[in-house]
Design a protein around this ligand. Sequence first.
Ligand code: SAH
Length: 368
Amino acid sequence: MNGGKPTKIRLNDEEAIATGSCSNSNVEEEDSSMCEAEAEADDKTSADYYFDSYSHFGIHEEMLKDVVRTKTYQNVIYRNTFLFKDKIVLDVGAGTGILSLFCAKAGAKHVYAVECSQMADMAKEIVEANGYSNVITVLKGKIEELDLPVPQVDIIISEWMGYFLLYENMLNTVLYARDKWLVNNGIVLPDNASLYLTAIEDAEYKEDKIEFWNNVYGFDMSCIRKQSIMEPLVDTVDQNQIVTNCQLLKTMDISKMTSGDASFTAPFKLVAERDDYIHALVAYFDVVFTVCHKLTGFSTGPRSRNTHWKQTVLYLEEVLTICEGEFITGSMTVAQNKKNPRDVDITLKYSLNGQRCAVSRTQHYKMR
Ligand code: SAH
């Protein structure tokens, strides 16, 4: 999944709750004859896209062109056809239908491709154009609001991961589908996701993104600095910026976890591998398909090939000066925002007791 951000769409909290970021447009509800994709495309206004970013092909283009992401799913499916042969598959959030097509090609008996955005209409056309109409059924609607034509499925596949793994909260939708339809001993793909933390030197960018507000054409706009430091920045980090080890914060077993497990507090210890300054902590995630013949997955970390998820940078209030062997200890608390469950609240507690620098602080961030 994309995080809904490349088009720079920002939903205001209330609107997001009221509408859902992928609700069908009112036009569609009022006039059910408006099901021709072409007519819809012509009829779309920027307001439709504002509330429904996954209806626009641009976001799907970016995900499909993320080769690390899409190739990993393709490899998992094509190299483990034994998992799919004669199985019933549910594709949660099918988008263009790409994962459903992979599964159908790998020999699945039937695939239910559920997609709530207008892209579902395209997925139907794509399935037809590729001759898979007898194997893939595209269902347009929210997983939470529709009925499947079958009581159970053998496999649930989904690409639900958001920025910082949990932004947009689509994991809950996958867990909902798992609990409702997955057969006993059925499999969830992927079934393992882990969140990591490291620390970086990032003077130049912190200056540009955060300290910039202290003096804008000679004026003090530091009230905006306070807001900007609270918003984690999704961007690529160069591996040479990494100053400490990378600490595993949390591993989630998607086949067993409950939705409550996505909110947690995890301790960390980041040990400096050289003398340097630290401007930010950086979070990223790995995804693994453990049921494959050969363990397969990918990492979104700064030492791996870039993905559209990039990394998530959390700037620290003040610069830490750290010497090799010294460490930052603390904890990260991750929780769904109470007002808008698609947003993630992050609390970082950290302290450093070093030769050059002693700091103990709590900072709050909000992914939105
Ligand atoms: N599987 C596709 C798309 C992944 S993006 C691919 O791998 O390319 C996630 C998709 O899930 C989006 O298209 C979004 O509209 C859809 N989605 C999100 N929440 C959903 C829900 N509750 N029910 C149905 N679809 C959902």
